[in-house]
Design a protein around this ligand. Structure first.
Ligand SMILES: NC(=O)c1ccc[n+]([C@@H]2O[C@H](COP(=O)([O-])OP(=O)(O)OC[C@H]3O[C@@H](n4cnc5c(N)ncnc54)[C@H](O)[C@@H]3O)[C@@H](O)[C@H]2O)c1
Length: 260
């Protein structure tokens, strides 16, 4: 299906890699104009050229840069219909609470949570002026399920994204603005590969909890984001939209012997 985002203008943070990049490609295929906001100045211009869109260097932890990103989208394309607030990190310094120090805690909160506050705060005035819009904030399944393999600040940051998303959805529902959280299960992106590259056992330990028995591909998340961004999702707001291969629904996952 194509053309579901015809005439719409989208801003995507973290659009140079993984879920953000796959979503940028999907949005363009569906007819949107895309502004990619990312720290990565080396990749950004090439990504934007390939998409027929625009690149704006942004550090999402910097309020002025976030405001400049949305102002750039508005001045370049005349409106902002979709904000996919997606940039996030998962550094090794964020680990069990017993090992995670305040610097690591703060870094992850700034990139994963405070940034979403900055992005929503910057884009809402444009959407209010236009009388509508769709915001999708990237959270994670870890905001809904506990794990013994903790990254304590990451999990707390994503819980914050869910709560903030819900609150904004309720506040702005009658202004035509929908606000949803995307909750990916583990996705095959550089972020995940980096986390498990050195330790295949860590990856295997997670795979056993996914009924589908595999990680998601970024394109599978992009399909969900395009749906949430589009008018097809016109009655969907305030959700924790899980795309997780059944992970959050599982108690015991299937083995071959269950089908014998
Ligand atoms: N990969 C997974 O398994 C998974 C699972 C659940 C949630 N998520 C979330 O999905 C989002 C995207 O993850 P991904 O796997 O695609 O990651 P990725 O590492 O492939 O891409 C992240 C992008 O964000 C950019 N970025 C990082 N810090 C930034 C900053 N301060 N300012 C601007 N840009 C910045 C990077 O340059 C990169 O292009 C993140 O919020 C992540 O927490 C990922």
């Amino acid at each position: 299906m194509t053309g579901r985002l015809d005439g719409k203008v989208a801003v995507i943070t973290g659009g140079c890699s993984g879920i953000g990049l796959a979503t940028a490609k999907k949005f363009v295929a569906e007819g949107a104009k895309v502004v990619v906001g990312d720290l990565d100045e080396a990749k950004g211009p090439g990504v934007a050229a390939e998409l027929g869109g625009a690149f704006c260097k942004v550090n999402v932890t910097d309020r002025a840069e976030v405001e400049a990103l949305f102002a750039f989208a508005k001045s370049t394309y005349g409106r902002v219909d979709i904000a996919f607030n997606n940039a996030g990190i998962s550094p090794p310094s964020d680990d069990s609470i017993l090992k995670t120090e305040p610097d690591a805690w703060d870094l992850v909160q700034d990139v994963n949570l405070k940034s979403v506050y900055y992005c929503c705060k910057a884009v809402l005035p444009y959407m209010l002026e236009q009388g509508g819009g769709s915001i999708i904030n990237t959270a994670s399944f870890v905001a809904l399920r506990g794990a013994a393999t903790s990254q304590i600040s990451y999990t707390a940051s994503k819980g914050g994204v869910l709560a903030m998303t819900r609150e904004l959805a309720v506040q702005f529902a009658r202004k035509g603005i929908r606000v949803n959280a995307l909750c990916p299960g583990p996705v095959n992106t550089p972020l995940l590969r980096e986390l498990f590259a050195k330790d295949p056992e860590r990856a295997a330990r997670r795979l056993v909890h996914i009924p589908m028995g595999r990680f998601a591909e970024p394109e599978e998340l992009a399909n969900a984001v395009a749906f949430l961004a589009s008018d097809e999702a016109s009655f969907i707001t305030g959700t924790d939209f899980l795309v997780d291969g059944g992970l959050a629904g599982a108690y015991v996952t299937p083995l071959e012997e269950d089908f014998a």
